[in-house]
Design a protein around this ligand. Structure first.
Ligand code: ADP
Ligand code: MG
Length: 243
C-alpha cells in the first residue's frame, strides 16, 4: 500500500467474502461454496476457472446481482446484503465498474452515451470524471487509451462495432469516474492474443491510475502474468468438487 495516497478512511480490503453458499434454486446443487476470499484495495486479482466452474456466478454475488443463501460479502467496506435493493443498485452504480461477458452495452445508444452512462446514475462518478477534465473528455481519453479512435466511434451505435470494439467500450464505461472495484468477466474473449495482452495492460494501468481493485476472471491461464495474484477457482470453490 502507498501510505501517501491511501486515505485514512479507505478500507484495506476491496472485498471480503466469508462462508458463502449459493445455489440458483433450492432444488439445485450449490454452485458456490467458498470459505474465504479477500482482495486488497487496489489489488489486481486473476481468477481462473474452467467453463461452468462458477466464475460469472461469483462476480454476480460480488456485484450484488445475486444473493447468497449463507455467508457475508463486504465490498469496499460496505455491506450490500444489508441494503435495500434500490440502495444496492445505487451502490453498484457508484462504486463498481462491471464488464460483463455478454450484453455489455445498451445496443441502440451511441458509444459516447454508453461510456458516460455511469455518470448519469452516480453523482460521485460524474464529479470524478468532471474533475479529470470533463465527462466527455474523460470518456474519450479512456476510449483512446483502450485502443479505439474515440472521435470516430463516439456517435456510432454500439451494434455497429465489432465484438472486440464493444468490449473496449464496456471497459471504458466500467473505468469512468473512479469506481473502487472493477469486475471483469472474460472481457478479452473476442480479442486475438496480441490485442488481448495490450488490452489487459491498458486495463490494469487504468485501474492503477484510478486506484481501483480489479477482479478479472477467465478460463485462460496464460493471462495470469499480468496480475498481482492468480487464483484457481477450483481451489477455493468446493461446491463443484463432486460435480
Ligand atoms: P462460468 O462463468 O465459470 O462459466 P457460471 O457461473 O456461468 O460459470 O455457471 C456455473 C454453474 O451454474 C453452471 O453449472 C451453470 O450451468 C449454472 N448456472 C449459471 N447461471 C444459471 C442460472 N441463471 N440458473 C441456473 N443455473 C445457472
Ligand atoms: Mg462465465
Amino acid at each position: 500500500m502507498d501510505d501517501l495516497t491511501a486515505s485514512a478512511t479507505a478500507p484495506a480490503l476491496a472485498l471480503k467474502m466469508r462462508d458463502i453458499a449459493f445455489a440458483y434454486a433450492r432444488t439445485q446443487p450449490p454452485v458456490i461454496a467458498l470459505a474465504q476470499l479477500d482482495v486488497r484495495a487496489g489489488e489486481r486479482l486473476f481468477l481462473r476457472g474452467a467453463s461452468g466452474s462458477g466464475k460469472s456466478t461469483l462476480l454476480g454475488l460480488i456485484a450484488g446481482i445475486l444473493s447468497p443463501q449463507a455467508g457475508t460479502i463486504e465490498v469496499l467496506g460496505e455491506h450490500p446484503q444489508q441494503m435495500s435493493a434500490s440502495k444496492r443498485d445505487g451502490f453498484r452504480a457508484e462504486r463498481l465498474g462491471v464488464i460483463f461477458q455478454i450484453f455489455n452495452l445498451l445496443p441502440y445508444l451511441p458509444v459516447g452515451a454508453n461510456v458516460t452512462l455511469p455518470c448519469r446514475f452516480s453523482a460521485a462518478r460524474a464529479k470524478a470524471a468532471d474533475a479529470a477534465g470533463g465527462i466527455d473528455t474523460e470518456a474519450k481519453r479512456l476510449l483512446s487509451r483502450l485502443g479505439l479512435e474515440a472521435d470516430s466511434v463516439w456517435s456510432k451505435r454500439s451494434t455497429d462495432l465489432s465484438v472486440g470494439q464493444q468490449q473496449r467500450v464496456a471497459a471504458a464505461r466500467a473505468l469512468i469516474g473512479r469506481p473502487g472495484l472493477i469486475l471483469a468477466d472474460e472481457p478479452t474473449s473476442a480479442l486475438d492474443a496480441n490485442s488481448r495482452d495490450a488490452f489487459i495492460q491498458l486495463l490494469t494501468e487504468e485501474c492503477d491510475a484510478a486506484g481501483a481493485a480489479l477482479i478479472f476472471v477467465s478460463h485462460d491461464a496464460a493471462l495470469a502474468s499480468h496480475f498481482d495474484r492468480g487464483l484457481d477457482l477450483a481451489d477455493i470453490n468446493t461446491a463443484m468438487e463432486t460435480a
